[in-house]
Design a protein around this ligand. Structure first.
Ligand code: DNO
Length: 388
C-alpha cells in the first residue's frame, strides 16, 4: 500500500517537505481555490502536479506524487436534483477527464447533503492532554433544537433527548454556544461550504421533499455519466462514507452502511465506481462491522482513511490514537494489504486526522490536521504494515 498525507495546497502550513519527511510517498490534495461546480482546467492541474513533483524525492526513491484527489466537491444542485444539475454534472465529468489525462488515478468525493463531516468539539482533551475531535450527540441536538430551531426537530427526537439537550443548552455560556455553532456550520477542513444560520435554514428547506430514495436516485443520475467519463480517463471514483454515519438535521444519508454501498454498486457496477474505506467514519456506528465491510467491498476500495474512534454510551464519539479504539488496525491492514498486493494498482492510504500534541498546540493547524499527530499516525501505521 502507498503511504500518503493530505496537503491543503500552497496555503497549508504543513509543507511538501514535511510530507516527504513524514515518510509519505504520495500526496492527497485538491484545487481548493476553484469554486465548487467549475471545471478544473488541464493547465491548473498540470501546474499542481509539477509543484508536487518538483518538491523532491520521497522515501520511495522517486519524486513525490499526487496520487489521490480529495475531493472534487459535488455541487448541491446535483445532490438536490436541481434544474441546472446537468451543467454541474458535465463540469464534474470534464474535471475527472482532465485529472485522468494528468495521470491522477483516484478521485475521492462524498454525497452528504449540505454539511460535509461534522463535529461539535474541536479540542477535546484526551487523558494525556493531547486534543482530539469529538461529536457529542446531546450538544448537536441542542444546536438543532434551540440554536437553529429547525422546524420538525422536536418531533423527530425522543422526549428524553429533547430534555437532555435543553439541560445542555441552558448550561452553556455564550462563548460555548458560539464555538458549537462555528464547529458545526463554519466548515471543517476540506468542506468547501460554510453557512450563516439563515443560509443553513434555506439549504435545509431545499431538501424538504428529498428522502433517502430521492437522494440515492440523484447520486445514481450523477454516477452514470461521471463513472463513464472516469472509466474512459483511467480514473477510479471513491465515495467517502457519511461522517457521522447517520442522518443529521433531518437530512437523508445514503453512504453510511454496507447495505447503502451494496445498492450503489449494484446500480452502477462499473469498476470505476469505487469506495473510500474510512475506518473512523464507518466505525462511529457500532452496527458497522469494519472487517466485513473490507472483506465484502475489497475490490471496490480505491483509497483508505485510517483513524480510530472511541464510542460513548449515548451515541457520542471522540477520535483517538490511530492504534486504539473500535477499529482493529492490525486486522484491517492485514485484509487491505492482501488486497493491495493482488492488484496492479497499489492502494493508497493515509492516516486520517491526528491528535494535536503539545507541539501542535503551539502552531496554527486545521482541525484534525496537525502535523505531529499525523506524523505519529503515519509512523504507527507504516510500522504495523512493515511488521505484518
Ligand atoms: C475529513 C475528511 C472529509 C473528506 C470528505 C470526502 O477529514 O475525511 O472532509 O475529505 O468528506 O469528500
Amino acid at each position: 500500500m502507498i503511504p500518503t498525507l493530505r496537503w491543503f495546497g500552497p496555503t497549508d502550513p504543513v509543507t511538501l517537505d514535511d510530507v516527504r519527511q513524514a515518510g509519505a510517498h504520495g500526496v492527497v490534495t485538491a484545487l481548493h481555490s476553484v469554486p465548487n461546480g467549475r471545471v478544473w482546467s488541464r493547465a491548473a492541474i498540470e501546474r499542481r502536479v509539477a509543484e508536487i513533483e518538483s518538491a523532491g524525492m520521497s522515501e520511495s526513491g522517486r519524486a513525490l506524487e499526487w496520487n489521490v484527489v480529495e475531493s472534487v466537491p459535488v455541487h448541491e444542485s446535483i445532490k438536490r436534483g436541481g434544474p441546472d444539475r446537468d451543467l454541474y454534472i458535465d463540469a464534474y465529468a470534464k474535471t475527472v477527464s482532465n485529472l485522468g489525462a494528468a495521470g491522477i488515478g483516484v478521485v475521492c468525493y462524498n454525497f452528504m447533503p449540505v454539511l460535509d463531516w461534522t463535529r461539535t468539539d474541536l479540542a477535546w482533551p484526551l487523558p494525556t492532554g493531547a486534543l482530539a475531535l469529538r461529536f457529542d450527540r446531546t450538544q448537536f441536538d441542542a444546536f438543532d433544537l434551540f440554536d437553529l430551531q429547525r422546524p420538525g426537530a422536536s418531533t423527530e427526537l425522543s422526549e428524553e433527548r429533547v430534555e437532555r439537550a435543553a439541560e445542555a443548552h441552558a448550561a452553556m455560556t455564550e462563548d460555548e454556544h458560539a464555538a458549537l455553532r462555528d464547529a458545526i456550520i463554519a466548515g471543517l477542513p476540506g468542506a468547501e461550504e460554510s453557512y450563516s444560520m439563515g443560509q443553513l435554514h434555506a439549504e435545509l428547506d431545499a431538501y424538504r421533499d428529498i428522502d433517502e430514495a430521492a437522494l440515492r436516485s440523484n447520486l445514481l443520475y450523477f454516477l452514470e455519466p461521471v463513472v463513464a467519463a472516469a472509466k474512459a480517463a483511467g480514473v477510479r471514483l471513491a465515495l467517502h462514507p457519511d461522517d457521522p454515519p447517520w442522518p443529521l438535521l433531518g437530512l437523508p444519508r445514503i453512504a453510511s452502511t454496507a447495505e447503502h454501498y451494496r445498492l450503489i454498486f449494484e446500480a452502477v457496477p462499473s469498476e470505476a465506481n469505487g469506495m473510500t474505506f474510512c475506518s473512523g467514519s464507518f466505525g462511529a456506528c457500532p452496527a458497522n462491522d469494519l472487517g466485513s465491510i473490507v472483506a465484502e467491498f475489497r475490490r471496490r476500495i480505491q483509497f483508505v482513511h485510517l483513524r480510530n474512534v472511541e464510542l460513548e454510551a449515548d451515541g457520542s464519539f471522540h477520535e483517538t490514537l490511530h492504534l486504539s479504539g473500535v477499529a482493529n488496525m492490525k486486522k484491517l491492514l492485514g485484509l487491505l494489504a492482501a488486497e493491495s498486493a493482488a492488484r496492479s494498482e497499489v492502494i493508497p492510504y493515509r492516516p486520517d486526522h491526528g491528535v494535536a500534541t503539545r507541539v501542535d498546540q503551539l502552531h496554527q493547524a486545521r482541525p484534525g490536521y496537525p502535523y505531529v499527530g499525523r506524523l505519529r499516525g503515519i509512523a504507527e501505521l507504516r510500522g504495523l504494515l512493515a511488521a505484518l
